[in-house]
Ligand binder design. Structure first.
Ligand SMILES: *[C@@H]1O[C@H](CO)[C@@H](O)[C@H](O)[C@H]1NC(C)=O
Ligand SMILES: *[C@@H]1O[C@H](CO)[C@@H](O)[C@H](O)[C@H]1NC(C)=O
Ligand SMILES: *[C@@H]1O[C@H](CO)[C@@H](O)[C@H](O)[C@H]1NC(C)=O
Length: 397
C-alpha cells in the first residue's frame, strides 16, 4: 500500500504520542513508507535497532563463557540494546544487507555509521601510524555514498539514522601540529555530496560527526568546528534531513560530570569539560550560523571516569564501563541532545596491544589500556566483561 505523503508526514508531527500509534509488531515489509521529520526528535518515536547482524550471536557466545551467573544475565541484557553498524570498508555493505533482510519492527530505526574516508573511528591522529591519504572524493561517492543512498532508497519502509564520517573533521581541526590541509580539502570536497545525497532521503536522518569536548572544546577550535560544519552544510544546500551532530563516537567524555574528568589538570583551558557543555557551546555557534544543532551522543563506554592519564587515551581503557543504554534523552531543559546511542557494539576491540602483530596503536599498549588486546574489530571477551561489570548506571537484570 502506498500512502500519500501528507498522511505519512502527519505521523511525524506528534513525535511523542505516536509511539503507541505506530505498529510495534511486524516486519519492515509490512510497515508504512517512512518520512522522518528532521525538525523533531525522532528518537522519541523510534528505538535503535541492533543494526549489526553479528552482534546478538557474539553476545550469546560471550555470555556463555561467563561463570558468574549475575554477570551472565547482565551480559545477555546488552543484546537488547541497539547499536549502529559501521560501513568502514566496502564489504560491510553485505552486513547491512543482512540486517535489512531481517524483520525490522516498524518502530525501530537502523543506525549506520558512514566511515569511508579511511580514517580510524577512534583515537587521536598523532596516535595513528597507519595514516595514509584518505580516499578521494570520487571514490568516496562511488564506493560508499551512492551504494548507501541506493540501499536506503530501496528500503522506503525502514527508518535510518546516519552518523557521517567520525573523526575526520576532528582530525584536521585538532591537527596536533601536523599539516593536514590535504585532509581538510578532501573533506570539503567529499562531505557536501554525502550530505546532499543522503540528506534528501525522507527515511533517513543525518548527524555529522563533531568529535567531543576533550578534542575540540578549546577556545581556538570551537569556532573552527562550527564554521567548517556550516560550510559543508551550506555547500550541500542545507539538506532537509540534516538534524545536527554526533558526539563522543571516538574517544569519550562524560555527559554532565562536573567538574570534568580533566578539570584540574593542564586541560583546564578546555571550555568543554563535559559533553553537555560542549553541545551548548558548539550548538550556540551552529545556531548563529543557521545550522541545525541537535545531537546524538555515544555512551557505549563512558560509564566510569578517572581511569585515564590523558584525554587522548581512547583504546580499550582499563576498567571502562558501559554508559547509558541507548534511548531518547528525556531530561527537561536539554532539548539539544536527542538521544544516547551506541555507535558500535561493546566488546569489539579498539586495537591490538601487541606491537608486532596487527596494526599497533601506541595507546592500545599504554599504561591505561586493557592488555593484551586483540586486533581492532575482533571480539575482546575480558574487555566486554569489564564493560558490563563496571556499567554505570548498572545493568538491571
Ligand atoms: C515537522 O515538525 C515541525 C515541528 O513540530 C512541524 O512544524 C512541521 O509541520 C512538521 N513537518 C511536516 C512535514 O510534518
Ligand atoms: C576549517 O578548519 C580549519 C582549521 O583546521 C581552518 O583553517 C579553516 O578556515 C576552517 N574552514 C572553514 C570553512 O571554516
Ligand atoms: C601543507 O600541505 C599542502 C598540501 O599537502 C601544501 O600545499 C602546503 O604547502 C603545506 N603547508 C605547509 C605550511 O607546509
Amino acid at each position: 500500500m502506498k500512502l500519500s505523503k501528507t498522511l505519512v508526514f502527519s505521523f511525524g508531527i506528534v513525535t511523542y504520542n505516536i509511539v503507541s500509534a505506530l505498529p510495534s509488531e511486524g516486519t519492515s515489509a509490512g510497515c508504512q513508507r517512512v518520512a522522518l521529520n528532521a525538525s523533531t526528535n525522532i528518537w522519541q518515536g523510534y528505538i535503535l535497532h541492533q543494526s549489526d547482524p553479528d552482534y546478538a550471536q557474539l553476545i550469546s557466545l560471550a555470555a556463555g563463557r561467563i561463570q558468574d551467573e549475575t554477570l551472565t544475565q547482565k551480559a545477555l541484557k546488552v543484546a537488547d540494546a541497539g547499536t549502529f553498524l559501521s560501513i568502514d570498508n566496502p564489504q560491510a555493505f553485505s552486513k547491512l544487507e543482512r540486517t535489512l533482510q531481517e524483520s525490522i519492527p516498524c518502530n525501530h530505526i537502523v543506525g549506520v555509521t558512514l566511515q569511508g574516508m579511511g580514517l580510524p573511528e577512534q583515537g587521536s591522529y598523532s596516535d595513528w601510524p597507519g595514516y595514509k591519504m584518505p580516499i578521494m572524493p570520487e571514490e568516496h561517492k562511488r564506493v560508499y555514498v551512492d551504494p548507501l543512498a541506493s540501499m536506503i532508497s530501496a528500503n522506503p519502509s525502514t527508518a535510518f539514522a546516519l552518523i557521517i564520517e567520525p573523526f575526520t573533521l576532528p582530525a584536521f581541526i585538532k591537527h596536533d601540529g601536523r599539516n593536514l590541509s590535504m585532509l581538510e580539502t578532501i573533506y570539503h570536497a567529499s562531505i557536501p555530496y554525502a550530505l546532499e545525497s543522503l540528506g534528501n532521503l525522507p527515511n533517513a536522518i543525518l548527524y555529522l560527526d563533531a568529535g567531543h569536548g576533550g578534542l575540540l572544546g578549546w577556545h581556538q577550535t570551537l569556532p573552527l568546528v562550527a564554521s567548517n560544519i556550516s560550510a559543508v552544510y551550506k555547500v550541500a544546500n542545507s539538506p532537509p534531513q540534516f538534524r545536527g551532530i554526533a558526539i563522543n563516537t571516538h574517544n569519550y567524555n562524560a555527559w554532565d560530570l562536573s567538574p570534568g574528568e580533566f578539570a584540574t589538570t593542564r586541560e583546564t583551558r578546555n571550555y568543554a569539560q563535559n559533553e553537555q557543555t560542549y553541545l551548548r557551546l558548539l550548538g550556540t555557534r551552529l545556531q548563529q550560523l543557521g545550522v541545525p544543532n541537535n545531537a546524538i551522543m555515544d555512551t557505549s563506554r563512558n560509564g566510569i571516569h578517572g581511569l585515564r592519564e590523558e584525554w587522548d587515551r581512547w583504546c580499550n581503557v582499563y576498567g571502562a564501563g558501559l554508559g547509558r543504554f541507548p534511548g531518547p534523552n528525556l531530561q527537561p531543559g536539554q532539548q539539544e541532545l536527542d538521544a544516547f546511542i551506541w555507535a558500535k557494539g561493546p566488546g569489539y576491540s579498539d586495537g591490538s596491544s601487541d606491537s608486532v602483530i596487527g596494526i599497533y596503536r601506541k595507546y592500545c599498549g599504554g599504561i591505561d589500556a586493557h592488555k593484551p588486546s586483540p586486533e581492532r574489530g575482533e571480539w575482546f571477551q575480558e574487555y566486554f566483561e569489564t564493560l558490563v561489570r563496571e556499567a554505570h548506571p548498572s545493568v538491571g537484570v
